[in-house]
Design a protein around this ligand. Structure first.
Ligand SMILES: Nc1ncnc2c1ncn2[C@@H]1O[C@H](COP(=O)(O)OP(=O)(O)OP(=O)(O)O)[C@@H](O)[C@H]1O
Length: 276
């Protein structure tokens, strides 16, 4: 069985009227039940890449494969395979809409006949107690949970999350990333997540894609090095809080993505990712 849900093959992109490419030859793969964390500085092209995958922008060149089938092989964009949660924005709810109604509306859009679905999703994201609350009265973290519940309505194979922890305190960030982990395990959902919390992303995602406007790096997190991060962000990192034990006990070594000299890269990774 082929487990690759998403594959990008040399994706390049420039905005209309701008010569300089935002993305250049970006390649990566993402398997079912795994997560890909996208890191990089402001303006590095992370949201642009998300929008391309979500079908909102068309790459200048390169090919995307969903379920190992090239986009050119689909008669229409495979929206049924993924859910895209864009940067916070959307839930700038001034409308008097309740949490339950907000998700129920999406359920009816998809014509799903399961009267229990909204309750199940609210339970999944820990928001049952707020089902009758107005969206406008929710905290940032609660809104994100509702957005994720809504994204799960169609049980997507792939969840695209653009900065889901934006504006949350560190506790809220941890809780949200734990929720994403639960969803991943429950439904074997693949998750692609853009976030600025480098430590959390390295901890929770098996695979990392680092982007800036000029180059990118993609591989298993164990092979990410301080040098690579500094090169991508154009700055020095002194306080990475990843624990060595996280690398040694939690990480599954998956060599499918790696096309480098693993031994050398791994040693490299362990020398920089250490306790503060
Ligand atoms: N519609 C647009 N037209 C022209 N340029 C754009 C457009 N949208 C974004 N850009 C530019 O593309 C570059 C990449 O933007 P993008 O939002 O993808 O970066 P990002 O990595 O997600 O940044 P951040 O971390 O700040 O969210 C930026 O320089 C941005 O100004």
């Amino acid at each position: 069985m082929n487990d690759i849900i998403l594959r990008a093959d040399k994706i390049s992109f420039s905005y209309e009227g701008h010569d300089e490419p935002i993305l250049k030859d970006i390649s990566f793969t993402l398997k079912k039940g795994e997560s890909l964390g996208v890191l990089g500085p402001n303006g590095g092209g992370k949201s642009t890449l998300m929008k391309i995958i979500a079908g909102l922008l068309k790459p200048t060149s390169g090919e995307l494969y969903f379920d190992e089938k090239p986009l050119s092989g689909y008669t229409k964009y495979p929206y049924n395979l993924f859910s895209y949660v864009p940067q916070s924005s959307e839930l700038n709810a001034t409308m008097p809409v309740k949490v339950y109604e907000f998700i129920d509306f999406t359920v009816s859009l998809y014509k799903i006949k399961n009267p229990k679905l909204v309750d199940e999703l609210l339970e999944l994201v820990g928001m049952t107690h707020k089902k009758n609350a107005l969206l406008s009265k929710l905290s940032g973290g609660e809104k994100q949970r509702v957005l994720i519940a809504r994204a799960m309505v169609q049980k997507p194979k792939l969840l695209l999350l653009d900065e889901p922890t934006k504006g949350l305190d560190s506790n809220g960030q941890d809780q949200l990333l734990t929720l994403i982990e639960t969803i991943k395990k429950r439904d074997n959902t693949a998750v692609m997540i853009v976030d600025h919390n480098i430590n959390q992303i390295i901890k929770s995602c098996q695979n990392i894609l680092c982007l800036n406007r000029h180059h990118h790096w993609h591989d298993h997190r164990d092979f990410l090095t301080k040098n690579i991060l500094e090169d991508i962000y154009h700055c020095e990192f002194e306080h990475l809080l990843i624990h060595e034990k996280d690398l040694e006990t939690e990480h599954t070594h998956d060599h499918h993505f790696c096309n480098h000299d693993h031994g050398e890269k791994k040693a490299d990774a362990h020398t920089f990712i250490r306790r503060k």
